[in-house]
Design a protein around this ligand. Structure first.
Ligand code: FMN
Length: 208
């Protein structure tokens, strides 16, 4: 017996903490996607959210290649996915290749913050998607050289992730028992005492 959509989302959701934005606790990375298309109005909202991310010197070095199902871009991104991602992600109606300009426009110098800024934009994007009832799953497992070649992307641009975007499906929609087991596994995080410190190795005492 597998879990329904409502059950799996309840299982994945951390206990509420008053004042934390609900979309932050609701977001997780499913692998089961339904066939339902994402509207162009929602795509607009999602990239608008990414557009307003902060970036070093306001370089806005990110760029997204949006692969919509039944297009060459979607097929090329899907073809470059590592085996374990290829088993589920091509089902998503949108595959987004996130990349960033490795040199600044202002000085044509290496941009040490290019990937950092792309990550910030992606964080905005995935939360906006969540707020719209959409699911996202970022992936680092893809062949960079192959995707660069098939999509004709210049070396100046460095890849961050491929993100599957779409509507979530029930875990049972996945192709194997192993994938279903991973889909319903509890989520884990380090405690706050391992990420917030007031001095070196002195965990912060945070109220709450
Ligand atoms: C940069 C990055 C690369 C990732 N690569 C993969 C991947 O190749 N395949 C995969 O299934 N999940 C991948 N993930 C998803 C993570 O495993 C997932 O975010 C993490 O386990 C936390 O789970 P949550 O997103 O459900 O909170 C990646 C996530 C990020 C941010």
């Amino acid at each position: 017996m597998t879990l329904s959509l409502t059950e799996v989302n309840a299982l994945k959701r951390p206990p509420a903490v008053e004042g934390v934005l609900p979309v932050i606790h609701e977001r997780w990375s499913p692998r089961a996607f339904s066939d339902r298309e994402v509207s162009s109005a929602d795509l607009h909202r999602i990239f608008e959210a990414a557009r307003w991310a902060p970036s070093s010197n306001n370089e806005q070095p990110w760029r997204f290649l949006v692969g919509l199902r039944n297009t060459q871009t979607h097929s090329s991104i899907a073809a470059a996915l590592a085996g374990y991602n290829h088993d589920w992600a091509p089902k998503a109606p949108v595959l987004i290749l996130g990349m960033t300009r490795s040199r600044t426009v202002r000085r044509d110098a290496p941009n040490a913050y290019a990937l950092y800024d792309l990550g910030a934009a992606m964080a905005m994007l995935v939360l906006q998607a969540q707020a719209l009832g959409l699911a996202t799953h970022q992936m680092g497992g893809f062949a960079h050289a192959a995707i660069r070649q098939s999509l004709g992307i210049p070396e100046l641009w460095v890849f961050g992730s491929v993100t599957a975007l779409g509507y979530q499906a029930e875990p049972a929609a996945l192709a194997s028992e192993e994938m279903i087991a991973r889909e319903v596994a509890p989520r884990t995080r380090k405690p706050l005492s391992e990420l917030a410190f007031t001095a070196w190795e002195e965990p912060a005492t945070l109220g709450g």
